[in-house]
Design a protein around this ligand. Structure first.
Ligand SMILES: Cc1ncc(COP(=O)(O)O)c(C=O)c1O
Length: 274
């Protein structure tokens, strides 16, 4: 692992580096990005930096210094030694008073690079009972207030699932804790629209652009009629769902296979430096 904070590469990436009053630590006042690294090169860096900027704006944080982030990325990827890994960029309110109000200190900017393994081709998912709030202040933002996802994932793990799926307050399918959902009904590939409150996933966007699919918000029960389902995310790429709660699904199904194949073909187009 390599870590960079506020302009400096840490000699020891596991050494303490963030202050105890950092608002990201005390109240989850921060935003982040996870970016895939292939052969030392970041995937879709610009799209991720655009979303980081949108998330920061949504939280009312000062504008992200994009040049500084890029310097951090270059510093942690310097020797291009990572065959497969991920970058984690975290940007927080910085040192602040102990309450929810933010202080006037400069934000904290951290970039970390670490190795990662590839996910299997298929997985199991479980619906969790808590709704995503598509009307909340944080809807659609990638914030460090992710404890709800931690709880949901732990619940999914109890039934042997690797991802938890949320409906939203309207009862519509929304997303996973760290992935977007695609499903095929009546031969049509569908995914929830951004109005569902799901994150505007970079993988979701590229699958829609490269393969197509209809953005539609409908009751989560519609998925009971799906002939196949797959998850998409930075770490999973395109991953077939073989079991959703108690329902077994063919996975990877024919559409999933085509999308995964297309993904493998086109991924190199967006490998960095940019
Ligand atoms: C809540 C949530 N939804 C969806 C995604 C998928 O987004 P991306 O494809 O940009 O990784 C993520 C990414 O981690 C996420 O945290």
């Amino acid at each position: 692992m390599r870590a960079w904070i506020n302009g400096n590469l840490l000699p020891d990436p596991s050494a303490p580096a963030v202050g105890v009053t950092d608002h990201g630590l005390t109240v989850g006042d921060g935003v982040f990005e996870a970016i895939k690294v292939v052969a030392g090169r970041p995937f879709a860096l610009t799209l991720h930096l655009e979303r980081l900027a949108r998330s920061a704006r949504g939280l009312g944080l000062p504008d992200v210094d994009q040049a500084a982030v890029r310097r951090g990325v270059a510093a942690v990827l310097d020797d291009h030694a990572l065959p497969l890994g991920r970058l984690r960029i975290t940007y927080t309110g910085g040192p602040s008073p102990l309450g929810s109000g933010r202080g006037d200190a400069a934000p904290t900017l951290v970039v970390v690079a670490d190795a990662m393994g590839a996910w299997p081709e298929t997985t199991a998912v479980a619906t969790v009972p808590w709704p995503r709030n598509e009307r909340g202040a944080l809807a659609g933002l990638k914030t460090t207030s992710y404890a709800e996802n931690v709880v949901a994932l732990a619940e999914a793990a109890k039934v042997g699932a690797s991802e938890a799926i949320f409906a939203n307050l309207a009862g519509h399918l929304c997303e996973g804790t760290g992935s977007n959902v695609f499903y095929v009904v009546d031969g049509e590939l569908r995914t929830p629209s951004l109005a569902s409150g799901c994150l505007a996933g970079v993988t979701r966007r590229l699958v829609l652009e490269w393969y197509g699919g209809r953005e539609v918000d409908e009751p989560i029960e519609t998925v009971d009629r799906a002939s196949e389902v797959f998850l998409v995310s930075t770490t999973r790429d395109v991953q077939g769902v073989a079991r959703w709660d108690d329902v077994e699904l063919p996975a990877p199904g024919p559409v999933t296979r085509k999308v995964a194949e297309l993904w493998r073909e086109r991924e190199p187009e967006l490998l960095g430096p940019d």
